[in-house]
Design a protein. Structure first.
Length: 168
């Protein structure tokens, strides 16, 4: 199953596009449509705590070969390949999404934002697997808005758009 054009548009709209590496709000080196360049950076803490003296995310060095302007064609191809891994991951974790395009698209968009591991651990996924009513499943998207954070407003908009896609 493949993400529809509507699903891809939603991800592009909320991720934005940058042809040069940048530190995203989660302090991860990213490029293109929010593609994380260094997966090992995800494992690092966001902030240094009292007893932690190691590297934190924003101190992670950008690989020299990534520090350049990327072509649109290159980034589109990378997005396409990355999207395929999210599609496969979502279907593997929630096989009953097969044939349910709007719900599939919404779950792929969420997973692209929170990671396949986040989707795997989510209450949303559990509700899908249990085949709960669609309204109850849709409520699960709103668990990912980081209440009280500087990102709450934007994530709320994104989750509402994912819910709209879910019901499309």
């Amino acid at each position: 199953m493949k993400t529809s054009d509507k699903g891809i548009h939603l991800m592009h709209q909320f991720e934005g596009y940058r042809d040069k590496p940048y530190l995203c709000p989660a302090h991860l080196w990213s490029v293109g449509y929010g593609e994380v360049l260094h997966q090992e950076q995800i494992k690092l803490p966001m902030v240094r705590t009292e007893n932690y003296t190691g590297m934190i995310r924003k101190e992670f060095p950008l690989a020299p070969e990534h520090n350049r302007q990327w072509s649109r064609a290159e980034l589109e191809e990378r997005f396409k390949n990355l999207l395929g891994s999210f599609e496969r991951g979502v279907l593997r974790l929630a096989p009953n999404l097969s044939g349910r395009q709007g719900l599939f698209d919404a779950c792929v968009a969420l997973s692209y934002n929170i990671g396949v591991g986040g989707f795997q651990r989510s209450t949303l996924r559990q509700r899908i697997i249990r085949d709960e009513p669609l309204e109850r499943i849709a409520e699960g998207f709103m668990m990912y808005v980081n209440p009280g954070s500087a990102f709450e407003k934007g994530l709320t908009r994104r989750r509402r758009a994912e819910i709209s896609l879910f019901f499309a």
